[in-house]
Design a protein around this ligand. Structure first.
Ligand code: BDR
Ligand code: CA
Length: 312
């Protein structure tokens, strides 16, 4: 049976690759895609979700608009990485497919509660605002969701927005804290794992020479996004964060991690959004997440390429 998945996202090209990897897999049924503000404001992320679905010729997938701002603070965006639209680097056609009238958080609640327990996985590729709101709207949700696989957080790699915080966690730490304390099963993909599967020039070329429509377009988008990381990390090092979540669903054996306690710093001006991970069990706090530490990089990209090759 296919895995039933709801994707919550703030595209960004790496979000786009994650969505397309799910759409190209015969093992995944995408029940809906929810947009959240993050990399860029909501009107851009909502448009980018629809651009990706139309590129994949999947106008049948329902799209929902979620939060325009984090739960308790102003929105911090990342145009400095992805450009003004979030998809600078390739001019995809203006999308025409509709946005559903239901709020993303209500859709998540309704969809999860209307299906048998523990059948739906949430892939969260941005700040956790929509997901936290859904868990708040119906507390039974935490028991009903199969798992939330979230790209977020950082440990020994340090942060990518501040020395302590990863972007998705930094943007809405209150939402991350709510999700992690809700009792829901969380798999967390921190920078420590995404930095172990870099997008090299060779790997971008494999997108470009794929022989379909989607691969070369994403080669352009990823090349634009890569410029920022190249300057930051040195030549030929650029993480492709969000697809780790979808690849985890398809081939968890490529990854390794530990079941641990994770708490989110929400008050310190210096370390807001830090994921405080109790690797050594030095506290008696409850283990609330499986935190992934390592991935087989070649295996990871092979899963992505395999999915992409099935797309138009
Ligand atoms: C995360 O932040 C965003 O810029 C990416 O899309 C990814 O979700 C990495 O820190
Ligand atoms: Ca993202």
């Amino acid at each position: 049976m296919k895995k039933q998945v709801i994707i919550d996202t703030d595209p960004g090209p790496d979000d786009g690759v994650a969505i397309l990897t799910a759409l190209g897999s015969p093992m995944i049924e995408v029940l809906g895609v929810c947009a959240v503000a993050g990399n860029v404001p909501l009107h851009h992320t909502l448009r980018n979700v629809r651009k990706v679905l139309e590129l994949a010729e999947r106008q049948d997938v329902r799209v929902f608009a979620g939060a325009e701002a984090p739960l308790a603070r102003p929105l911090f965006t990342a145009e400095y990485v992805h450009g003004k639209t979030g998809f600078d680097g390739y001019d995809l056609p203006e999308p025409s497919m509709p946005v559903q009238s239901q709020h993303a958080a209500d859709f998540i609640v309704e969809e999860v509660m209307s299906r048998p327990p523990r059948t739906i996985t949430l892939c969260a590729l941005g700040p956790l605002t929509n997901v936290a709101s859904a868990l708040e709207r119906d507390r039974r949700l935490a028991e009903r969701i199969e798992q939330i696989v979230w790209m977020g957080g950082a440990s020994s790699e340090g942060g990518n927005v501040t020395p302590a915080a990863e972007f998705n966690c930094y943007v809405d730490p209150e939402a991350a804290a709510r999700v992690l304390s809700s009792g829901v099963r969380v798999v967390m993909m921190p920078l420590d794992v995404t930095h172990k599967a870099h997008m090299t020039t060779d790997r971008v070329e494999r997108f470009r020479t794929m022989g379909n429509k989607v691969g070369p377009i994403f080669a352009e988008l990823l090349t634009y996004a890569k410029q920022f990381d190249w300057q930051k990390y040195g030549a030929d090092r650029a993480p492709l964060h969000d697809p780790t979540t979808v690849v985890w669903l398809l081939q968890p054996g490529l990854f390794s991690g530990l079941h641990v306690n994770v708490e989110i710093e929400t008050t310190s001006p210096l370390t807001t959004g830090m994921t405080v991970i109790d690797w050594w069990g030095v506290t008696s706090r409850q283990k609330n997440a499986y935190v992934v530490q390592d991935v087989d990089g070649d295996g990871f990209y092979n899963v992505i390429f395999e999915s992409f090759r099935r797309l138009p």
